[in-house]
Structures are given as C-alpha cells and as structure tokens.
Design a protein around this ligand. Structure first.
Ligand SMILES: Nc1ncnc2c1ncn2[C@@H]1O[C@H](COP(=O)(O)OP(=O)(O)OP(=O)(O)O)[C@@H](O)[C@H]1O
Ligand SMILES: [Mg+2]
Length: 465
C-alpha cells in the first residue's frame, strides 16, 4: 500500500518536473548523455525531445558544468549559465545508486525570462538609484577652481596639490590654522585625481568618542556585540573603497586609535570589529590638523611612526593674514556667494571698511571672514545700505567689547578695554612705529610704552583691531 502511494507520488513529481514552466531540468547518464529533459529546457534549447535525448551534454549546452560534476561527484550550485541569449543560474547535482555515481541532474531557474526578468530589471534600477545617491552623498563637492586666491603662497599650495592629485595612492597631510581651507583642499585633490568617481568620505576624528571612532573607521561584524545589525556595518574605509578617506583633526586621535590607524596604513588591510576576515583597503588617505604634530610627537602625544606615515606629502595652508593680497578677491567672491544664499543685494565694501578688513588679523581665517561678511551683509541690508561700511563689521575685539558690557563690567574696565583696542588698532595701522602711534594718539611715547606693557600689546601678542 505504502509502495503504491509512493509510486503515485513519484509519478506526480515526474509530471510536475516535466511540465513546470519555471524550472528547466535535465538528467544525463554517467557518460553525459541526456536521458531526460523537460519541456521548459527544450523551449530554452529550441529543440524537440527527439533532437535532444541521447545527445551528449557538451553538444546540447557547452556552458553547463555537468561534466565537471560527473568527474568529481560533487554538486555545483548556482553557477552562471548562459544559453541561447538567455542568462540563467544553474545547478548540477550528482545522482547516486547504491553509492555509485550513475548520472547528474542539471536544473536552472531563469532570471532572464518570465517574471524573473522584470524582477531583475527592477532590482537593477533600484540599485542604480542607490548607487547614484551614495555617489552624490559621498561625492567631493569642490575642485581647485573653488579655492579663491592668487597670492604666491596659495599658488604654491595649488600647484603642489595638483601634482599630488596625480599620485592617487600618496598619503597627504594638510596643516594650517582653523578656517584656512584644509577641507576644501582635500576635496579638490580628490576631485582632480583618478579616484574622483569613487567616494570621498570624511571622518572627524575629534568629534567622535574613541570607542565609537573604531567602529566608524573599520565597521563591525554581525556578531560584534548584542544588537549588532544583521550583516554588520561597513566602516568608512570600506565605504570609501576606491576613493579617498579624509581624516579631519587627525591630531585629536587617541594614542590607541593612532596605533590601529597605523596598522591599516602599513598593511593596507583591516578587519571589522568582532570579525577576523581581512578586508583589503584601497583608498587614499588625506589627513588634516590645525595642531602642531611635531610638537605632539616630541611630547609623546602623537606616534612618531604614524606621523611619518602621514607626512609623505605635506601641504600647509597659509593663514589669511599672511596672504592679505587675497582678501579683496575673497571678499568679492564671498559677497556674491552670500548674496545668493541670503537673497540680499549688497554690492560692495566701502574703502574704509576694506581697509579695516585688510588690517584685521583674521584668527579664524576664511571661515571668519565669511561669517563677518554674512553678518555685515544682513546689517547693511536691514539699514537699506547697498554697501558694507565699517560700522557693519563686527570683528573679534568688538565682540569682546560687547560681551564685556553684557557681563556687567564697571565703567573703568570698559574704558580700559576701549583704550586697549584703540591703541592696538593704531599700532597695527602704524606698523608698530611707536613714535607715529604716539603722535596719532596724541600722548607721550613714554606713556604709550607704559600702556603697551600694561595691555600686553607687544608685537605678535595678538594685537588685533
Ligand atoms: N581659498 C578659499 N576660497 C574660497 N573659500 C574658502 C577658501 N578657504 C576656505 N574657504 C571657505 O572657508 C570655510 C572654511 O574652510 P575649511 O572648512 O576647508 O577650513 P579648515 O581648514 O578645514 O578649517 P578647520 O580647521 O576649522 O576645520 C569653508 O566654507 C570654505 O569653503
Ligand atoms: Mg576642517
């Protein structure tokens, strides 16, 4: 009884396999001659059953790996199988009788036909949308043209950066004060290099706590910790594959993380956290810092070996006060940019305002200039002025003054602060010529000396406006 039931089952299965429109199936004997083929397979082959049965598999479908399976006795699952202009994924499974190899079953689910085709197309389309999005998310935003300035110092920087862009594997270290355009330069190097069509990925080493920074850089495996995402998470080095990793504020990395970074740079290989599968790293590293790394090395706060690894090509972004010749161009460029952003229409800067801008020390460099201009633009616009005049320029010391008032300092302190500012400004304007400054201030030179000492206004002591 049981045998009868089984026989029925076998018959049903055979009928199903014979007619199922979604699977192509074929059985060959141990020499590779076709002993069974279903309708779908015949449709793919564009042959009749008569033309197929008894033929050798190599003649019927040369891309099948069935012969390999007959040789080794081991199944091959999910290999690429092109046939008659279709693309399929096939599997070949050895068939045994009493432990002896008697043939092979080959079957395929076609991705290129029926619903599979639409499914594939949809998936590919969706994938392309995400690819585009990722590329634009990580695409570098600036080219060398975005770096405004024609001073010799900046031209030197741009030339060196252009050269290093042509060496896409060379590590670059960009130094310079805050706001000098280090990030802008890193973007431009990436854009001008052969890595441009791959991602530019920034990691701010100072903003991320140490324990998270490691996962941020290297990612983590599936079982790295409870609650870790299925499939784990790729780190920035993996996301940037082919492109550039920009390590901003690299001087703020802990010594432990410095060691881990060094390993990756040396071995060009890394592992995700909690996973010991090595992953090849193909990125260019550009690091930036406004710290004095040499001093940090001396103090044991920055690893010397890492310093040498990073310092292969060093580009120093000059401070704005050392290239004040670039200021007028920058002002023009920034006004245009800000007018667009703020939908304002302030046309220019008056001569006295420009003079003040030129003489200010700009400790926050281009970023500060941009912020000051933004504020001035709003103030000018609000007063209906089409020009920025000195009263709209709120520079550092002016701010100190304003905060002194809000902190409720007494009149004496305020007067002193004002005196200090006036003297500092006149000293800057007279290039620290004390005689001339004393005359302009209408006080004795000896009195001026006393005040310079009292207010700490010697050269280089940040004597701002
Ligand atoms: N030469 C330049 N031309 C035009 N814009 C510039 C230039 N230099 C800097 N900027 C602008 O100034 C701002 C600060 O630049 P960036 O962020 O690159 O500076 P940074 O050196 O990385 O500063 P930080 O050390 O504070 O991170 C940005 O808005 C940037 O576009
Ligand atoms: Mg920066």
């Amino acid at each position: 009884m049981a045998g009868g039931w089984l026989l029925d089952g076998q018959q049903l299965l055979m009928d199903a396999i014979m007619t199922v429109p979604y699977i192509a199936a074929m059985i060959v004997d141990k020499q590779g001659y076709v002993v069974f083929v279903n309708r779908t397979y015949l449709k793919m082959l564009k042959r009749t059953e008569k033309e197929t049965l008894g033929k050798h598999v190599s003649e019927i479908t040369p891309n099948s790996r069935t012969l390999e399976v007959l040789k080794t006795g081991k199944a091959i699952i999910g290999y690429y199988w092109p046939i008659n202009g279709y693309e399929g994924v096939a599997s070949s499974i050895p068939l045994f009788k009493k432990g002896e190899l008697v043939g092979c079953l080959a079957y395929s689910i076609f991705l290129d036909v029926w619903d599979g085709k639409t499914l594939m197309e949809n998936l590919v389309n969706e994938l392309n949308v995400y690819k585009k999005e990722i590329t634009s998310l990580y695409a570098s935003k600036y080219t060398f043209d975005a770096i405004i300035g024609e001073s010799q110092a900046l031209q030197k920087v741009k030339k060196l950066a252009c050269q290093v862009a042509n060496h896409p594997d060379t590590t670059v270290l960009i130094t310079g004060e805050s706001g000098t355009g280090k990030e802008l330069l890193a973007h431009s190097i990436h854009s001008a290099s052969s890595r441009a069509r791959f991602p530019f990925v920034k990691v701010n080493c100072a903003a991320i706590p140490d324990n998270l920074l490691e996962a941020e850089l290297f990612g983590y495996g599936e079982g790295a910790y409870t609650g870790a995402k299925k499939g784990g998470k790729p780190g920035k080095f993996e996301v940037a594959n082919g492109g550039t990793v920009f390590l901003d504020e690299v001087g703020d990395m802990s010594l432990a993380m410095q060691g881990k970074l060094l390993r990756v740079l040396q071995e060009k290989e890394m592992e995700r956290l909690g996973d010991n599968k090595p992953i090849r790293v193909n990125v260019r590293v550009i690091a930036a810092t406004n710290r004095n790394l040499e001093e940090m090395v001396e103090q044991g706060r920055f690893r010397e070996d890492l310093y040498y690894r990073l310092n292969v090509v060093r580009i120093h972004m000059p401070a704005l006060r050392h290239r004040s010749g670039d200021i007028p161009l920058l002002v023009k460029y920034l006004l245009c940019k800000l007018n667009k952003k703020l939908k304002t229409s302030v046309m220019g800067v008056s001569a006295p305002a420009m003079e003040r801008i030129m003489k200010y020390s700009w400790p926050g460099n281009v970023r500060e200039l941009e912020n000051v201009l933004e504020r001035a633009l709003i103030l000018a616009e609000m007063s209906g002025s089409k020009t920025i005049t000195p009263e709209y320029l709120v520079l550092m010391n002016d701010r100190a003054n304003a905060s002194a008032v809000s902190f409720g300092k007494g009149l004496k302190a305020l007067t002193e602060e004002f005196e200090r500012q006036v003297i500092a400004r006149v000293l800057e304007e007279t290039d620290y010529n004390k005689m001339e400054a004393a005359i302009r201030l209408d006080i004795d030179v000896s009195s001026l000396y006393r005040k310079i000492k009292r207010y700490g206004l010697g050269i280089g002591k940040g004597a701002g406006v």
